[in-house]
Design a protein around this ligand. Structure first.
Ligand code: BGC
Length: 721
């Protein structure tokens, strides 16, 4: 398609239509359905809507084809629509929430899952997914931590790039490749007080050093689109933030893809108090560098006036329209507007055994064994098992943003256990509901009786999927009084109890961690959650996930993360409450969290030995090899995530006490050992220095290698320019 020629023939209205994204409902023949939210107040006619260049929120190939046909027929130049959707952790076959995927530390698995999701989405007509979400998350109160891979910039960047590779394949050339859109640029994960949509206030140093690298890794990987966040950064909503969109994204990073606003974000700038009118909002967003406006039509309505007043230029509009048309062209939509949409393939691929097997493995590898006094794995010879708790037979375990995923597709823990142990007697009761703040336990006595009679108890506790995700921030992160009382009574009745925790964020489970013999968090595990949990509990799979986000000891510690700066008055023992004043302490809680970043047990013990460095002095341009021997001292084959951290001991700005710089996931048979070798170069030591440069400074470094951020072997070296 000759895009330049097409552009030259388009009217201004048609061009502005390409820069507007609406809900699919506008294109339905029967569009009398209830349109909720801002859509009802867009002030555009049905005819205007038909000019829009892309849609979101449609389900399935049939839906897509109908909408595409009607759009092409009615648009003056018959330009096909781009179909976009939030395919966040699967399309119909759902894998664990991204926070769980973070705990896999597994780029290959993430890439495979993203490719599987992309394929299922592509046959349902999706061209672009609003994923990956790369917001750095350090405050578990924020409901959207579930969408991120976690608290660490290095891990997020590596997994984010893997998501992009999985979706986009070889430059969108493959039939099932879809375009990715990294979001929410920037620092949406650091809202004040952990409350969604709230302001973000941070130094440019922290922004550049910790919050931007994840998005940057996706841009470097060739991500097609980026979505600015709702929040303000330094007082300016990202949608109109020139530092972010123009200076950093376009000029410094050289991003030339599409910038699409978040849902109704242009008009929300009026509520923010930045734009006085919708027209101002359009001007501010366009001049900052936004291309497509999602779910409002201020560009469409006011760009002509803004042009006449000289507030924006035709070149700006043409550049943005070209970006949209070029993506359509590269995806082959002018030749084949349905692209991969195909009802037959939908039926074959969605929930097929191959996809189920992949998401089951993902759910196993995302699960983190937080505690095990030795009760796990349970024997498969048990005669009587009790599966108790509000999540025992709960199918709502796919998590927020599961796109076309359905609760009814999900395997519960109860069915997983019954399938794995066909000869055992498996009794169950929810005991109580999963409602937040629940105090009633209607079936307490029965639950206790079942626990007493069972050889082992699987206690399924946690938070429901709708209690995390967008708009679902929490001020307290504890389990409800009912769930805790149920736990006390059941564990008291049977010490052979393992807790399976369903959660979309790190929860405060300090008391539970004291009384429960074992705790396995499965997050919101997706379609195959119950099978994965059963296989892990009974030893058919060996837990290997490591936390990608810290579990606080108490809510008041939030935000909390391993990679903090040292204060001038650190406490002597951060694991205990200190009586001494005038140090960086809490009077009523330890400084350390309950479970640190990188923590996660296995049914094996892995020992770390012989940390050796190839040189004491690393010179610029050279390499330093860091070697360690890891041995599987256990009885099972298992995977271990070997983590490498560094500390820059003295620098022109204070550096974190440790920072993840590399990791390796290895598999070892019982008794086997392996040498793991990492390579460090000057690149790994760079940071934003006091003078604003991104550089490594001459000086002493500590390198730490181990099985979690607080279980490491240490060595030192010097870096010299
Ligand atoms: C969310 C985005 C999402 C968009 C479209 C917004 O409310 O913040 O993450 O991509 O809706 O569904």
């Amino acid at each position: 398609m000759d895009i330049q020629k097409l552009l030259s023939e388009m009217t201004l209205e048609e061009k502005l239509g390409q820069l507007t994204q609406l809900n699919a409902i506008f294109f339905k023949k029967d569009n009398t359905a209830d349109i909720t939210g801002p859509a009802s107040k867009l002030h555009i006619t049905e005819q205007d809507a038909l000019l829009s260049g892309s849609v979101l929120n449609f389900i399935g190939a049939k839906d897509m084809k109908e909408i595409q046909d009607s759009a092409i027929a009615q648009q003056p130049h018959h330009i096909p629509l781009l179909f976009m959707q939030d395919v966040i952790h699967g399309y119909r076959t759902i894998y664990p929430i991204p926070l769980g995927m973070g705990c896999t530390f597994d780029e290959e698995l993430v890439e495979d899952c993203a490719r599987m999701a992309g394929k299922e989405a592509a046959v349902s007509g999706v061209h672009v997914t609003f994923s990956p979400m790369l917001d750095l998350v350090r405050d578990a109160r924020w409901g959207r931590v579930m969408e991120s891979t976690g608290e660490d910039p290095h891990l997020n960047g590596r997994l984010g790039a893997a998501f992009v590779r999985g979706y986009q394949g070889d430059d969108l050339k493959g039939k099932y490749d879809i375009a990715a859109c990294v979001k929410h640029f920037a620092a949406y994960g650091a809202p004040e007080a952990g409350r969604d949509y709230n302001a973000v206030e941070m130094s440019e140093h922290a922004l550049r050093e910790y919050y931007l690298p994840g998005y940057r890794a996706c841009v470097d990987e060739g991500v097609e689109m980026i979505m600015p966040s709702f929040n303000t950064v330094g007082g300016v909503p990202s949608t109109a933030n020139k530092l972010l969109l123009d200076q950093i994204l376009r000029r410094e990073w050289g991003f030339d893809g599409i910038v699409i606003s978040d849902y109704n974000a242009y008009r929300e700038m009026v509520k923010h108090g930045l734009a006085e009118t919708d027209k101002d909002a359009a001007e501010l967003a366009m001049n900052a560098g936004c291309d497509i406006e999602m779910m409002s039509a201020t560009t469409y309505l006011y760009a002509k006036q803004l042009l006449d007043e000289g507030k924006i230029t035709m070149e700006q509009i043409d550049r943005a329209v070209l970006r949209v048309l070029e993506l359509k062209d590269r995806m082959g939509l002018f030749e084949n507007p349905y692209r991969a949409a195909n009802e037959k393939e939908e039926a074959e691929l969605h929930l097929c055994e191959e996809h189920r097997a992949l998401v089951r493995r993902a759910a196993e590898e995302a699960s983190v064994l937080l505690k095990n006094d030795g009760v796990l794995p349970f024997s498969k010879d048990l005669k009587k098992v009790a599966v108790i708790g509000p999540f025992a037979a709960e199918k709502g375990i796919k998590g927020f943003w599961a796109c076309a995923g359905r609760d009814e597709d999900c395997v519960t823990v109860l069915s997983g256990v019954r399938q794995l142990l066909p000869d055992a007697e498996v009794a169950t009761t929810p005991g109580c509901s999963w409602e937040l703040g629940e105090t009633e336990i209607p079936d307490l006595e029965n639950a206790v009786e079942l626990a007493c009679e069972a050889d082992a108890v699987i206690l399924c506790l946690g938070e429901y999927q709708k209690h995390t995700g967008e708009g679902n921030s929490r001020a307290t992160l504890t389990l409800s009084p009912a769930q805790m009382e149920l736990a006390r009574r059941v564990i008291d009745a049977n010490k052979n109890t393992a807790v399976v925790l369903f959660n979309g964020r790190p929860l405060v489970i300090t008391e539970l961690a004291e009384i429960a013999p074992a705790i396995l968090t499965v997050w919101q595990p997706g379609t195959e959650g119950g099978n994965a949990a059963a296989r892990l509990l009974f030893g058919d799979a060996n837990p290997c996930g490591k936390l990608s986000m810290t579990f606080p000891y108490t809510d008041g510690q939030c935000p909390i993360y391993y990679s903090h700066n040292s204060t001038g008055r650190p406490v002597k023992n951060p694991k205990e409450i200190t009586q001494n004043g005038y140090c960086s302490r809490y009077m009523d809680a330890p400084v350390d969290p309950l479970y640190v970043f990188g923590h996660g047990l296995s049914y094996n013990t892995y020992t770390y030995d012989n940390l050796t460095l190839s040189t004491d002095v690393l010179h610029a341009g050279e390499e330093l090899e860091v070697a360690v021997t890891v041995k599987n001292e256990g009885k099972y084959t298992g995977k271990e995530i070997v983590q490498l951290y560094i500390r820059d001991k003295f620098a022109s700005v204070v550096r974190p006490v440790k920072e993840l710089r590399d990791f390796a996931k290895i598999e070892l048979d019982a008794g086997e050992s392996a040498a793991v070798i990492f390579t460090l170069t000057e690149e790994d030591l760079k940071f934003h220095t006091a003078s604003g440069a991104f550089a490594a400074e001459t000086g002493d470094f500590e390198v730490m290698v181990g099985s979690s951020s607080d279980d490491v072997l240490k060595a030192t070296f010097r870096f010299e320019k």
